[in-house]
Design a protein around this ligand. Structure first.
Ligand code: ADP
Ligand code: MG
Length: 335
């Protein structure tokens, strides 16, 4: 099967939401009046972001999910995406389930594939998503997108869903941890098929003061909000741990703590809101069918403190960074 047959067979479908989709030199999107485009790109490389033999259906899901999560963090509604694909061979037994996983999530979010690029090479996936968000660059608010930069001292800090499950699933797969069958299945599902919190992001427009998605670990991603907002924060250690459904099981306490605070691959939203908006946050969580927990508070003192029950700061380390010294050690066994 050649490049063009491959594109036609697996990656071409009507895209009525676009002016022009797959098949020409560019795709064309029309934004509605009063709306802005939110654009985000994420790349997934075999051996670095996923096991090369991972179930292709899950991989199709995850490649789009991690991108939709970035739109969710901005409160943008997904419109369309492009797919750049480097494949070692045109293997129908792989392409069929990969594209099925991709289409299923795309359909669930009304997000249309409008173009891309396909070449032979090491297995690499790069998706760019386009979303829309109300805004007027020339108006007083500029944009209604949720940004990392709006957190203020006194705001509550919240996180959606669960933290640490994907990291526990990875540790289990690497043989560094033995989860029971129930936990292993749940954590593996979270690692391979994360749920982008798109509905919550939309519901938080005008309510959250700042928002980011948790892709590299809570401490690191909340750290981005603190940096961009020039504020500090204190987290309630017990409340953070309680976001992990397996916190009460007999997993090594240090490992569990690290997975929940620094694990990464959660694709939850961490966001801040003024205490006066607490009821609106609860309503947004309810309306979007997404559980949300309050885990701490923004303060004016720079830095991030994780406090135990007695209010004492615990020693913590930082999130995953692909270029840090131990990055290869941490994930090289995925290759
Ligand atoms: P060009 O050479 O002009 O960049 P290509 O020949 O690479 O165009 O691609 C032909 C068409 O197929 C383009 O519209 C492109 O956007 C689309 N396309 C290529 N690869 C993919 C893919 N993996 N998924 C969706 N569309 C794709
Ligand atoms: Mg091309």
């Amino acid at each position: 099967m050649g490049e063009f047959e491959l594109i036609k067979r697996y990656f071409t479908r009507p895209s009525p939401g676009a002016v022009l989709g797959v098949g020409d030199d560019s795709a064309i999107l029309q934004t509605a009046p009063g709306m802005q485009l939110a654009i985000s790109t994420d790349m997934l490389i075999a051996g670095r972001h996923f096991f090369p033999d991972v179930d292709p259906y899950s991989l199709g899901h995850k490649a789009l999910a991690v991108n939709l999560s970035d739109l969710a963090a901005c409160g943008a509604r997904p419109m369309a995406f492009t797919l750049a694909l480097s494949l070692p061979s045109a293997d129908a037994a792989w392409l069929e389930p990969f594209s099925a996983g991709l289409w299923a999530l795309a359909d669930a979010h009304g997000c249309e594939l409008i173009g891309g690029d396909t070449t032979r090479g090491p297995l690499t996936l790069c998706i760019t998503v386009f979303g829309e968000v109300p805004g007027d660059a020339k108006g007083p608010t500029r944009t209604l997108a949720l940004l990392r930069s709006g957190a203020q001292a006194g705001d509550d800090i919240y996180v959606s869903g669960t933290l640490g499950e994907a990291a526990l699933g990875l540790q289990h797969q690497l043989g560094r941890l033995q989860l029971d069958a129930l936990a292993a299945a749940a954590c593996r599902a979270r690692l391979e098929r994360p749920t982008p919190r798109v509905a919550l992001g939309l519901a938080l427009r005008g309510i959250a003061s700042a928002c980011a998605d948790v892709s590299d670990g809570l401490l690191g991603d909340l750290g981005h909000i603190l940096e961009r907002s020039s504020v500090g924060a204190q987290l309630d250690n017990a409340a953070v741990l309680a976001t992990c459904p397996w916190a009460t099981s007999d997993i090594d306490a240090q490992l569990l703590h690290d997975c929940v605070l620094n694990g990464g691959d959660d694709y939850e939203l961490v966001f801040t809101a003024a205490p006066a908006h607490a009821a609106a946050v609860a309503a947004a969580a309810h309306a979007s069918g997404t559980p949300v927990q309050r885990i701490g508070r923004i303060d004016g003192r720079p830095g991030l403190r994780v406090l135990d029950g007695a209010g004492l700061a615990l020693a913590t380390s930082r999130s995953f960074d692909h270029f840090s010294q131990d990055a290869n050690m941490q994930r090289s066994s995925a290759t």
